[in-house]
Design a protein around this ligand. Structure first.
Ligand code: ADP
Length: 629
């Protein structure tokens, strides 16, 4: 095929890579190419239907939107056509020659070359059109943009390039002709095609017709918006296929939320929580993507936050009965009705998550591993329903074993008599957290501590300081008095403290403060420790270690603040030092031991040492002494 008006263009590097994958794909389910093309055709009709609301001229050729699949057995071709929005020359080049989506590079670097692993990724990315090269050796797209009298043809063999040629004017819309590869004749069989459409595309709200060689046309799908049907009439398979269509996904929906709200506000939502984590979940440009329909007419999935960022993994549609059809996309952002729908949808999603967390803990743990950190972002937001989010959060804790999780309500049910605070510890790694000396006193008294190791944890704990009247507090806070919490294990006799010893320890604290000077804010005794002699703590209201370090790394803070050194009065090292504090002969020894203890506490919290060389020297001194003894 060649003409003097023909223009040859190269695919972008990303597309070439995707095409290679499609052509050499060992993908077992090739049928999905049809689903992808039908999905695009349906979107094209949706787009025109919306644009024609304000520019009726665009649909002057008729508003009976439909999709046709025409079979040409002799030439071994099938043509999928729609009378939707169509594509201009520039759109053909841009849409079918490049991938404009954010995160393309990151995405492609995730491709392994192993098609089994890559296929689900490709699906998530929504490169649907290119899947036609799984079954076709040649693809021709002829398109006329609604409102234009120009028709253009795009053609490619799926190698590195495609051509663009002007054509005689054709009716509005797009037809995609697949010249089938050898061995793909099954797609010329109308019963086979009907079966594929009914399996994957029954939910499409426009009629899909199959037209055979003789010109017989048969409508093969139900052709009504899936979300308007009764729940009882929809099979799990149909929900799944609809999810694949709206979300460009290939996984199973983990949760399907289909509701009709009636009363002051009338709308239907059909929302899905994926079972797989999308590759761009944390990409800064990733926006929450819920499609807005008004009375079954698609309006937009952009420029409107139908769902907050912390629920950005939710996909699906919301169809409002109350909004005017001719609403302009520009005003949607500030629409009061939509804001109300949004609030109700948030409540609904959180409620369904709560139900699922109660009915299927194991399944919920999988959801939590994928999306828990995103959901927790919601607790940092000013107007979010923090309590409802907290209720569906899951945490590791000192009571749960291994990776097992617990909820806040379960934590509360296990609180000790006299315990009015929910305790937590944040850090990078769960295994390291479990060994933190900060937990010793809690473990001894059987007080549970939540272990928080997601990055976002450092942030929300600064915002959420209580839950249902109970305080939330880091175990690294100074002045935690565990003695008032009843204990099942502690030996009462141990509590009768020796008065002289107490006075010595107080004198030692004063001495330690003198030695460490401005390196510490204060030196105090604590009931929080058991096996360790000292630990660092921060004042109530002050920034926790990790957040402070993060802000320093981000250059939002210059220096770390001085911490409080907490001392375990019952520890043998502290007792011996307390005994030596008034003897001038031991002054040097007390000083060296103080610095060593302080440095050790800093290391444990991941802080850097003030004087690493001094630390080595002192440590060496003690080792030498103990070896010589
Ligand atoms: P996606 O559908 O995920 O965006 P595709 O590669 O399937 O990715 O399609 C790329 C783009 O090409 C679509 O976003 C759309 O703008 C355009 N397109 C594809 N098929 C059609 C069609 N039948 N009518 C109009 N535009 C289409």
């Amino acid at each position: 095929m060649s003409s003097k008006n023909e223009e040859k263009l190269k695919f972008s590097a990303e597309i070439s890579k995707v095409l290679q994958l499609m052509i050499h794909s060992l993908y077992t389910n090739k049928d999905i190419f049809l689903r992808e093309l039908i999905s695009n055709a349906s979107d094209a009709c949706d787009k025109l239907r919306y644009e024609a609301l304000t520019q009726p001229d665009l649909s002057r050729d008729g508003t009976e939107y439909q999709l046709n699949i025409k079979i040409n057995k002799e030439k071994r071709r099938i043509t999928i056509s729609d009378n939707g929005i169509g594509m201009s020359r520039a759109e053909l080049i841009n849409n079918l020659g490049t991938i404009a989506k954010s995160g393309t590079q990151e995405f492609l670097s995730m491709l392994t070359g192993d098609s089994k692993k890559d296929m689900p990724l490709i699906g998530q990315f929504g490169v649907g059109f290119y899947s036609s090269f799984m079954v076709a050796e040649e693809v021709t797209v002829v398109s006329t943009r609604a409102g234009s009298n120009e028709t253009w043809q795009w053609h490619s063999l799926g190698d590195g390039e495609f051509t663009i040629i002007p054509m005689d004017e054709a009716p509005r819309g797009t037809s995609i002709t697949l010249h089938l590869k050898d061995g793909e004749d099954q797609y010329l069989d109308k019963f086979r095609l009907r079966h594929i459409v009914q399996t994957y595309s029954d939910h499409i709200s426009f009629p899909i017709n199959i037209i055979d060689e003789e010109g017989n046309s048969e409508a093969v799908n139900t052709g009504s918006a899936l979300w308007m049907r009764n729940k009882s009439d929809i099979t799990p398979e149909q929900y799944k296929e609809f999810y694949h269509h709206v979300a460009h996904a290939v996984d199973e929906p983990w949760l399907t939320i289909h509701n009709k709200a009636e009363g002051a506000l009338e709308y239907t939502n059909l929302l899905f929580v994926p079972s797989m984590k999308p590759f761009d979940l944390y990409h800064p440009d990733r926006k929450p993507r819920i499609k807005l329909y008004v009375k079954r007419v698609f309006i937009t999935e952009e420029n409107v936050e139908l769902i907050p960022r912390y629920l950005r993994f939710v996909r699906g549609i919301i169809d409002s009965q109350d909004l005017p059809l001719n609403i302009s996309r520009e005003t949607l952002q500030h629409n009061a009705l939509l804001a109300k729908i949004r609030d109700m949808v948030i409540k609904r999603v959180l409620l369904e998550l709560k139900r699922k967390s109660e009915s299927d803990a194991e399944g919920y743990a999988k959801f939590w591993a994928n999306f828990g950190p995103v959901l927790k972002e919601g607790m940092c937001e000013a107007n979010s329903p923090r309590q409802a989010i907290m209720e569906v959060c899951r945490f590791n804790s000192t009571t749960t074993q291994g990776d097992a999780l617990t909820g806040i309500e379960d934590y509360i049910s296990r609180m000790k008599e006299g315990q009015d605070t929910i305790y937590y510890l944040t850090g990078d790694k769960l295994d390291v957290l479990r060994l933190s000396p900060q937990l010793e006193g809690f473990a001894k008294r059987g007080i549970e501590v939540l272990l928080l190791s997601d990055h976002v944890d450092d942030f929300w704990v600064n915002v959420v300081t209580d839950y249902k009247g109970k305080k939330l507090k880091s175990v690294t806070r100074a002045d935690i008095d565990l003695d008032k919490v009843s204990s099942d294990s502690e030996d009462k006799k141990e509590e009768e403290k020796d008065k002289d010893q107490d006075a010595n320890v107080q004198a030692l604290c004063v001495r330690i403060k003198e030695i460490l000077g401005d390196n510490v804010k204060d030196v105090r005794t604590t009931s929080k420790l058991s096996n360790s002699a000292v630990c660092l703590a921060v004042e109530e209201g002050a920034m926790d270690f990790r957040l402070e370090r993060f802000l320093i790394e981000q250059k939002q803070l210059n220096t770390a603040s001085a911490k409080i050194l907490e001392v375990n009065p019952d520890h043998s090292i502290i007792r011996s030092l307390a005994g030596k504090v008034s003897s001038s002969a031991s002054a040097k020894e007390v000083e060296d031991a103080t610095w060593l203890l302080f440095d050790q506490a800093r290391i444990l919290e991941g802080e850097t040492l003030v004087d690493p060389a001094g630390f080595m020297r002192r440590l060496q001194g003690f080792v030498e002494k103990s070896l010589a003894a």
